[in-house]
Design a protein around this ligand. Structure first.
Ligand SMILES: Nc1ncnc2c1ncn2[C@@H]1O[C@H](COP(=O)(O)OP(=O)(O)O)[C@@H](O)[C@H]1O
Ligand SMILES: [Mg+2]
Length: 257
């Protein structure tokens, strides 16, 4: 079944001094699936996706993209290979417009008499298309990002990932700071991405959200993967049991592949 895997990590170890943040973690992501990544604070979720995204280097282990071993040297490197990570901090430029953020670092230029100019019109058009695709409503494409709501900012960050045509989109706690209506919106973004055939990794501490959008759930606890569950075949209670460690004694083998 390896051919259905978009991305996999095998035996990943990441240490910070004496702290073993990831202890031989295996992780996998199929094409077109939403994989939830859950676990208590400090379980290693952010470290795992930072390692996946090239923000950290693993001390041990291998990662494969479309079956080929890869080693990303930076998040930009990962983006260039179609793996876009939206970190908790979002990394948007507040004092820049929506369109400028979507095109940050990959501006469209056109040449007039041999001199390159930014093609603002093309960038604005494409930005509007991307936001429309996601059903993100913003007052004006020229608005500074710092004036947007948390949900709108998530939308801009996802539009940026779509703009580079990422086929893996990783989101670290995208709904953590949002009001209820905006959470709905972000969950809809995730469903839209899946409909487009993208693979999504969603880190969330909200079990209800996880059950609404995920196909499978990876549970980390103290730096180890202690569960890989099919969302349809488990319950919120069981997932919480894995997160807290209550399920550890009656642990069942993980369903791989
Ligand atoms: N840059 C770092 N330096 C030192 N320790 C870190 C660093 N990042 C994470 N850790 C430690 O690694 C463990 C996992 O953290 P993290 O991946 O942030 O957990 P989670 O995202 O699941 O809450 C924690 O013990 C945390 O303190
Ligand atoms: Mg975290």
């Amino acid at each position: 079944m390896t051919e259905t895997l978009k991305l996999s990590m095998e035996g990943i170890v990441k240490r910070f001094g004496g702290v073993v943040a990831l202890d031989h973690v295996d992780f996998e992501l199929r094409r077109g699936e939403v994989m939830a990544l859950v676990g208590d604070n400090g379980a290693g979720k952010s470290t795992l996706i930072k390692t996946l995204a090239g923000a950290h280097m693993a001390d041990e282990g291998v990662m494969r993209l479309d079956g080929e071993p890869v080693r990303f040297t930076s998040p930009q490197d990962a983006w260039s290979r179609g793996v876009a990570t939206i970190f908790q901090e979002l990394a948007l430029a507040g004092k820049m417009t929506i369109a400028d953020n979507i095109f940050l670092g990959r501006e469209i230029t056109r040449s007039v008499a041999g001199i390159p100019f930014l093609d603002r019109r093309a960038m604005h058009r494409r930005s509007r298309e991307l936001l429309e695709e996601l059903d993100v409503h913003v007052p004006d494409i020229h608005t500074w990002v710092e004036y947007l709501s948390g949900g709108q900012r998530q939308g801009v960050a996802i539009a940026r990932a779509l703009n580079i045509d990422a086929d893996v989109i990783v989101m670290d706690e995208p709904t953590a700071a949002l009001a209820v209506a905006e959470v709905r919106k972000v969950l809809e973004f995730i469903k839209t991405l899946r409909r487009q055939g993208k693979s999504v990794i969603l880190i969330s501490h909200n079990v209800q959200d996880v059950f609404e959008v995920s196909d499978r759930i990876t549970v980390l606890r103290r730096g180890q993967r202690i569960g890989l569950l099919e969302t349809q075949k488990t319950t919120p209670e069981e997932v919480v049991g894995y997160i807290t460690g209550a399920a550890e004694t009656k642990r069942r083998p993980v369903a791989a592949g």
